[in-house]
Ligand binder design. Sequence first.
Ligand code: C5P
Length: 271
Amino acid sequence: MAVIETAWAKLNLALHVRRRETDGYHALETLFAFTEFGDTLAVAESEALTLCVSGEFAGAAGDGEENLVLRAARALESGRGAALRLEKRIPVAAGLGGGSADAAAALRLLNRHWGLGRSVAELEAIGATLGADVAACVRGVTVRGEGRGEVLTPVSAVTGVPVLLVNPRVAVATGPVFRAWDGVDRGALPAGETLAVAKAARNDLEGPAVGMAPAIAEVLAWLRGLAGVQLARMSGSGATCFALFGDEGAAVRAGAGVPGGWWGCVTRLRP
Ligand code: C5P
């Protein structure tokens, strides 16, 4: 029984916002992808349910009851205890779904640890009650998301594609970025091979996010000027942007040159 689970960072290879719903959420069409890079969540036996957070972004994530790891653990309604340790490497409020990935990792890990026998579909349904991205994070493979992002359809894999993540170290809250969207439906996300669709698509939140955090435009311009870049775009509501490369060497060279003051990480896409 594994006692460690990775909370893979989430990318939106594309994100088309179609309309604002009456509940304030937005109907969208997105391509979720996941990186080998992520947080790690470990579990040990304990009478009580506890969480200890370490790592570069521990302070921003917090270890209180509102942490999505504890909310996910409680949502499993096992009545059991566990000592959870989260190594927080994913920047917080960064468009990488860090909290959602942690919640999803907690659902997968505790389902095994407690022997609950919940199916992936059941975990996804529980995850969807915790946040719009959590169902996709439970699956952890490249997938198309519709509705609020929780209606999932398989797409072709992108295994091993080298990727550079860059964040200007500006925290961006998701809600305000969605609320700053101009309401213009720029069209559906097409179907087809994942990377071809991604290249033909957009992130409709780039404009509103750049309006709130102009450094995002600097990151995008820097990424788009790198040698060997196949696609550079903002993820989610920002501020993290990603660049996909054709070969690992180009990604590593680019990663070595990330300007001081920005956060950067070279990794690969998962299936
Ligand atoms: O579901 P989650 O808590 O991750 O969403 C954070 C915020 O992002 C929501 O409160 C909402 O303002 C916005 N959002 C949205 N439409 C979506 C997903 C998120 O407006 N499909």
